[in-house]
Ligand binder design. Structure first.
Ligand code: MN
Length: 282
């Protein structure tokens, strides 16, 4: 029997707010879990209280990395400085390469109901930080889904079961969105040397702990694993939603300040100066 990886650590996430006061749970990019190279940040939004999301994320800049918006429920209107605009609806993904600079807004286009989804930040290597910005609007129906044994795996980026996800990225990352029915199991064998994590965002799962027993993990939590073999999770009575992210670490210095992520403080200062003088996006 192949061995299974064991839980290395569980991170429950940190309540925070961003944009014009949108309430979020920061899963990655917290004091406890600053980075899982090349992943810089993961925010979970999940609320049925319009007051906590309605103001959205008005115009703000980015430089030096990629932002990924994964919508589960609700809808957001997106507009940016490159002339792109669109409505992100349930199941859709927006994969944006900020590169040398983009200014955009994301505003909920709904007055009530549940708003839920993710924003993930993927770092770029020094050689790609100043590339032209690129925007990909990926409708839900273009995202392949593999259904087997009580699990549905949506392949957003990278390859799984010989099926390739539609998102293009300058980074060799894999992003899968998995729904487990009650009492279903799912496992994956990450490439050796890659960083990877599971974010349990709905329901709860169990996974093997260091004592060889299963431990229950409630949403929202990030789980990291250690050891050899497959990383395996099992849902409980109510099923689970799990986001899986895997990527090759960049192993480059990271200088970050708000929406700018570069390699050095000098480059951060340049990004701030460029933004203040209207040169970020030119
Ligand atoms: Mn943004």
């Amino acid at each position: 029997m192949t061995p299974n990886k064991i839980i290395s650590k569980i991170y429950p996430g940190m309540p925070t707010s961003d944009g014009a006061g949108v309430k979020l749970t920061r899963m990655l990019g917290t004091p406890e879990l600053e980075i899982l190279d090349p992943f810089l940040m993961l925010d979970r939004m999940d609320s049925d209280d319009p007051d906590s999301y309605i103001a959205g994320f008005p115009n703000h800049p980015h430089r030096g990395f990629e932002t990924v918006t994964i919508m589960h429920s609700g809808q957001m209107r997106h507009e940016d400085s490159v002339g792109n605009s669109g409505l992100i609806t349930p199941g859709d993904v927006q994969w944006m390469t900020a590169g040398r600079g983009i200014i955009h807004s994301e505003i909920p286009e709904m007055l009530e109901g549940r708003m839920s989804g993710f924003q993930l930040w993927v770092n770029l290597p020094a050689k790609h930080k100043m590339v032209d910005p690129k925007y990909q609007d990926i409708p839900a129906e273009n995202i392949p889904m593999i259904i087997s044994d009580g699990t549905k795996v949506r392949i957003i980026r990278g390859t799984y079961n010989n099926t390739k996800g539609p998102a293009e990225s300058l980074m060799p990352v894999r992003v899968l969105d998995i729904t487990l029915e009650p009492d279903a199991s799912w496992s994956i064998n990450p490439k050796k040397g890659n960083s990877f994590f599971f974010c349990v965002y709905d329901g709860s799962i169990t996974a093997l702990d260091s004592g060889g027993k299963t431990q229950k993990i409630d949403s929202p939590s990030i789980i990291t694993f250690s050891g050899d073999g497959e990383a395996k999770v099992k849902s409980n009575k109510i099923g689970a939603g799990v986001l899986y992210c895997e990527g090759e670490p960049l192993n480059e210095p990271v200088a970050r300040y708000g929406p700018f992520v570069m390699n050095t403080q000098t480059e951060i200062k340049k990004a701030i100066d460029d933004f203040n003088s209207g040169k970020l996006t030119v």
